[in-house]
Design a protein around this ligand. Structure first.
Ligand SMILES: Nc1ncnc2c1ncn2[C@@H]1O[C@H](COP(=O)(O)OP(=O)(O)OP(=O)(O)O)[C@@H](O)[C@H]1O
Ligand SMILES: [Mg+2]
Length: 445
């Protein structure tokens, strides 16, 4: 199955590789798929060609004698050329992958290239390129790391919604970065200098949650000796982050809905409406649709909240981002523990890229932190992760039935989409890479 880029005009592509055979083979495949293709024998040759004309996408080998891939990438980026680049290389070590991503490569693949997978990736990148890019894209403040093909995909929509006052609903498994994203929405809005107040509905007792959010008047209930301001009042002018929104009791859901509709609320025990200028960002790791069906979440509130839903993919659906995250956490924790750690050994990174990460980025962060504490040399090595493979196997065994259902669902959706993997991934709510990993896992390739 070949995925063609969905365009009226053909896209142009430059294949940069010093192996003539590989370069030529790739070119033939791409031309078959409708691309207009040119070849460059090394980085310097590519620079020369790019001074003549530009291309929609570049495929880049790393090890080349005359101007290697990383130097080439760094050179064109410094010259303001933001053409999407896919790195294709024989031996990709984690360090090179991280450098390439940092220099702005969209993704990477190892030789021998699965052309089907490459074409899907190219089509995806080219589609992502076509809509007008918000000017603020690169200047989006985010207190973490991401690659263009991973979490980077949600940065563009975030950059568009952040400056508005629209309610944002952040969806994603535990540890995927929901709070980080919520903060970024605040930091990239005009409210940035004002308070960002986070409330975790799961951490609050059902009896006090309303008073916590909306405040109460003196004598509102037994023990309310004095009046108290709530979190809405505290967040006035700023952003209120309602974490684990799925845990809100029904009665509080009504009050929240009222606030979203009228921008006003009543403190517990009071009948006086108070207006507040508060932007709501909510998050949950639960399937609110299921909760609505079960009668534990209000549908009208859901509609109000999901004006702008943002879905954070699980870490196992963006494994290409793992080296980047590892490096980020090495920097963070080696500074914190004042330990000189140069980096991660390739086997360390590989082991983590094979793991399923039920706890997502938080779990990765914890593993790197612990590894840094335990490291006896200046490199993180796989011996620092003894339990990982076992944990993985245990999980796979216990999830046997679940996996079976998953496999069937994937087969069904693929059929529905007539084998179009990009479409199927979209329908399944996972990334293209996530789908490939699943197909591999189930031998469905
Ligand atoms: N892209 C990223 N770059 C750097 N750090 C990240 C990234 N994503 C998540 N983290 C880190 O991972 C940890 C978990 O992130 P966060 O608390 O935002 O997740 P969450 O989705 O809110 O989790 P939970 O559902 O358990 O509340 C945090 O320490 C956060 O800093
Ligand atoms: Mg959280």
């Amino acid at each position: 199955m070949i995925t063609k880029p969905s365009a009226k005009t053909a896209y142009t592509c430059l294949v940069i590789d010093d192996e003539p055979n590989h370069r030529h083979m790739l070119r033939l495949h791409l031309e078959d798929a409708g691309y207009i293709c040119a070849e460059a024998a090394n980085g310097a040759d590519a620079v020369a060609q790019l001074s003549e004309r530009s291309y929609d996408i570049l495929l880049l080998d790393i090890a080349m004698a005359v101007m290697d891939g990383l130097s080439f990438l760094s050179y064109i980026r410094q010259n303001g050329d933001n053409t999407p680049v896919i790195v294709i290389t024989a031996n990709l070590d984690a360090k090179t992958a991280v450098s390439a991503m940092k220099l702005g490569a969209a993704d990477y693949m190892t030789k021998p290239v699965n052309t089907d997978e490459l074409l899907t990736l190219m089509a995806e990148l080219l589609q992502a390129e076509s809509p007008a890019q918000p000017a603020s894209k690169s200047s989006y403040k985010f207190d973490g790391v991401y690659s263009a093909a991973g979490l980077g995909k949600i940065i563009e929509p975030l950059a568009m919604v952040a400056p508005t006052d629209a309610t944002v609903l952040i969806l994603g498994e535990s540890g995927t970065g929901k709070e980080l994203v919520a903060r970024s929405v605040h930091d990239n809005s005009a409210r940035a200098g004002k308070p960002f107040v986070a409330v975790n509905a799961a951490a609050l007792n059902e009896n006090i949650i309303e008073s916590e959010l909306f405040g109460h008047v003196k004598g509102a209930f037994t023990g309310a000796a004095a009046a108290r301001e709530g979190r809405f009042s505290e967040a006035n002018g700023g952003t209120l982050f309602l974490d684990e929104i799925g845990e809100l009791p029904m009665a509080t859901q009504v009050k929240l809905l009222r606030f979203l509709q009228e921008k006003s609320y009543e403190p517990v025990g009071s009948s006086k409406s108070i207006t507040a200028d508060v932007r709501i960002v909510a998050a949950t790791n639960r399937k609110l649709e299921d909760m609505i069906a079960a009668g534990s979440f209000r549908q009208d509130l859901y509609f109000r909240l999901s004006v702008f839903p943002v879905y954070l993919p699980a870490l196992r659906e963006r494994v290409a981002e793992i080296p980047l995250l590892i490096e980020h956490f090495i920097d963070k924790y080696s500074a914190r523990f004042q330990k000189k750690i140069k980096g991660a050994a390739p086997e360390f990174t590989k082991k983590l890229q094979k793991y399923t990460f039920p706890g997502n980025v938080r779990e990765l962060e914890n593993l790197v932190e612990r590894s840094i504490i335990l490291a006896r040399t200046d490199m993180l090595t796989e011996e620092l992760l003894p339990e990982l493979s076992d944990a993985n196997e245990a999980r796979i065994n216990s999830d046997a039935t679940l996996k079976n259902n998953e496999k069937q669902t994937i087969i069904d959706v693929l059929k529905e989409c007539e084998g179009n993997r990009t479409k199927a991934a979209k329908q399944l709510g996972i990334s293209r890479r996530g789908l490939y990993n699943k197909l591999k896992e189930y031998g469905l390739e």
